[in-house]
Ligand binder design. Structure first.
Ligand code: HEC
Length: 142
């Protein structure tokens, strides 16, 4: 198999693994959030002059969601083989990157790109700079 083919297979497998992890995370989040009685509103702590990111009116931020998101971000059980979390690649101590030239997926295969920082991603209308025509994230596309 050529390097280009192997890289695109690795890319697809990484995408599938990440999509699988995100699906599991979304299900877990829904289950846990539906068990949360009254959610406390979240108070943004932003540098002076920065506006909070857009938030859908029917899905407001809450301290429970922030806390759940933080836990899920570090939970290795969300990966297929059970040893990789979002934070394995998006390391907080490395500005949410992994410091590598290209990311390594759960199967050990190399991605074609490096792990981008997640700083300020809440302000992005779309995730995935390489797919500029991807569907925008609804409420934040205005
Ligand atoms: C194996 C390493 C790895 C893991 C694990 C991983 N990511 Fe990523 N992440 C990447 C790479 C590589 C990209 C860039 C993909 C591309 O450009 O094709 C990316 C892109 C992103 C982006 C888009 C950033 C932008 O600027 O568009 C977000 C958001 C993101 N990841 C969040 C997550 C979350 C949440 C998890 C856990 C569910 C996660 N990632 C798990 C490597 C990883």
């Amino acid at each position: 198999m050529s390097l280009a083919t192997r890289n695109s297979v690795a890319s697809i497998e990484l995408s599938q693994a990440t999509a699988g992890a995100m699906a599991k995370m979304a299900l877990l989040a829904l289950t846990l959030l539906s068990q949360t009685a009254q959610a406390e509103p979240y108070v943004w702590q932003l540098p002076q002059g920065m506006q909070p990111p857009a938030v859908p009116a029917d899905n407001p931020m809450s301290t429970a969601k922030i806390s759940l998101g933080r836990r899920l971000f570090f939970d290795i059980r969300l990966s297929g083989p059970g040893y990789m979390a979002c934070a394995t690649c998006h390391k907080p101590e490395l500005a949410f990157t992994d410091g590598r030239k290209v990311a390594i997926g759960v199967t050990g295969q190399l991605h074609t790109r490096n792990t981008p920082t997640l700083a300020n991603v809440a302000y992005l209308a779309r995730f995935g700079w390489a797919q500029p025509k991807s569907e925008p994230l609804g409420a934040v596309d205005s």
